[in-house]
Design a binder for this molecule. Structure first.
Ligand code: SAM
Length: 194
């Protein structure tokens, strides 16, 4: 796979700890379309795994059923492109488990990079993160759900990425759209660079 030659880039889709509208820490429900779309984006841009994080047993069962259908079941034969994407998905109970798996693979803990729709003090721009990704260390880009990543996860990450800003003040991208834009900025080949 070409992705094994590029940056050691990993993604995490976090369902806990995230915050609700009131700012309380919650575990959110898995949205199946997030898995499909983020897995396709991960595969397109050469991310090595997409970790889906949920400690909830019923949500783990749902993710397990989706993955089994599209990677081993009738869906795998029906749509091999979707299988190739969903094969990148790993289900884990918490962020530490994702970090452990990456560390075991590379012998080096990943640099963690949180994302947020709001501008956080000290956040890093995309050209800086592109350069950092090229340094050979594994990097784990962490995405939230619901009203975003919990404060302790944002403050505990090594870096926070600058928010994606559109052309208006409407700031409500879905996580899967934000992930696609961010992946393109971090690893995409811009048409003016071809
Ligand atoms: N109000 C939340 C926040 O401040 O992050 C929005 C949550 S959004 C529905 C879910 C996730 O999508 C976020 O945790 C982040 O990972 C990603 N996201 C959404 N909009 C983003 C943006 N403009 N820039 C960067 N990430 C974004």
């Amino acid at each position: 796979l070409k992705s094994s030659l590029g940056p050691k880039l990993y993604l995490a889709l976090t369902h806990y700890p995230v915050v609700n509208k009131e700012g309380e820490c919650i575990a959110s429900a898995v949205t199946p379309i997030d898995l499909h779309d983020m897995a396709r984006a991960a595969r397109t841009y050469g991310a090595r795994k997409l970790y889906v994080i949920t400690p909830l047993v019923d949500q783990q069962a749902l993710v397990g059923r989706i993955l089994a259908h599209w990677t081993q079941g009738a869906g795998a034969a029906y749509n091999p492109a979707r299988r190739q994407a969903l094969e990148l998905v790993r289900l884990v109970a918490d962020l530490a488990a994702a970090e452990d798996q990456i560390a075991a693979r590379h012998g080096l803990a990943p640099i963690t990079v949180a994302t947020c729709a709001r501008r956080i003090d000290g956040c890093r721009g995309y050209s800086e993160m592109r350069r950092r990704l090229a340094d050979g260390r594994p990097h784990l880009i962490i995405f939230g759900t619901a009203w975003g990543l919990a404060p302790n996860l944002l403050s505990g990450a090594d870096y926070v990425l600058a928010p994606v800003q559109g052309a208006t003040d409407y700031n409500h991208l879905s996580v899967r759209s934000a992930a696609a834009v961010i992946l393109d900025r971090l690893t995409g080949v811009a048409s003016d660079r071809r």
